[in-house]
Ligand binder design. Sequence first.
Ligand code: SAH
Length: 342
Amino acid sequence: MTLPELQQALSAQGLPLFRAAQIFRWLHVAGVDSFDKMTNLSKQLRETLAQSYYIPYAAIERKLVSHSDETVKYLFSLYDGETVESVVMKYKYGYTICVSTQVGCKMGCKFCASTLSGCVRNLAASEILSQIHCAQNDMGVRISHVVLMGMGEPLDNYDNVMRFLELVSDEKGLHISARNISLSTCGIVPHIRLLAQKKLQITLSVSLHAPNDAIRSTIMPVNRRWGVEELLAACKEYTALTSRRISYEYAMIEGVNDSDACARELGSKLKGSLAHVNLIPVNKVKENTFQKSGREQMNRFIEILKKYGVSATVRRTLGSDINASCGQLRRSAAKAQKEVSK
Ligand code: SAH
């Protein structure tokens, strides 16, 4: 709940308004998982609250810590037993969390592990938020940056994600500013347009992965609904309205989208726009046969893009020893559970 919503709920129960600010701090700053921990409330009030409300807190189901770079991966279980993944990465400027927005995903990208079993349900705003609280409390650190790049398609859960953005940036709450938040989308064009209208200062990441419809439609079914030209037009609108640079994600898959011709086509389409290309060596997912491109080809790709005035870098890989890319841990946990119940 936002502070005004809490105030309204309390006054409807005849409770004093100043309690709302106290409860808001417990929920949004301390991120407690039960009313019992709200120690400046009377025992009676805590019991009353617990009778009418619940705190949808993510519980740690599994936790993996990378030996090489301290990246932490969590498998969280939710109130209904469903699980989602989050990853916390340590950078020079602080801690970044990658959160999930859906249980599974229905977008069907061929290289992605999150979508293999479809989408079970959307996460509520509170469930996205509680991934941050739970990780912060467990690690004893303050998380300063958020990327919505975990399981799920954020713009397929538009209303809850917008509510999450409002809550997470509340200055009385976690107060993570929009500039420290990135939202990644596979390209739900009408919702990119809606988001643009809001003129938020978040970074929009667009999972492009191919420069034309012929290639993109074979690896990303969403492209059959909104093709590359339409997507890039929506991105142009987004930068025009927000003045924010768009970050294009491009998973380099050997022999699929990594040729010099692809680089030239991408360069000519992004030329002159406020853009940065993030090349990601495609992560191995055992259910498909995609292989990552070689380092040399990635460097060639970057050099070609540069000739078109398009900046590009290779994304640093973190947590590769703990399967840190999303979707993989949930799948292996679900599989283990199936084997146990057999
Ligand atoms: N649904 C959103 C956000 C989640 S996926 C989106 O599509 O952007 C986060 C990023 O990881 C996306 O860019 C996605 O395309 C990419 N990704 C998924 N599987 C991958 C893999 N096996 N290797 C590299 N990147 C992958």
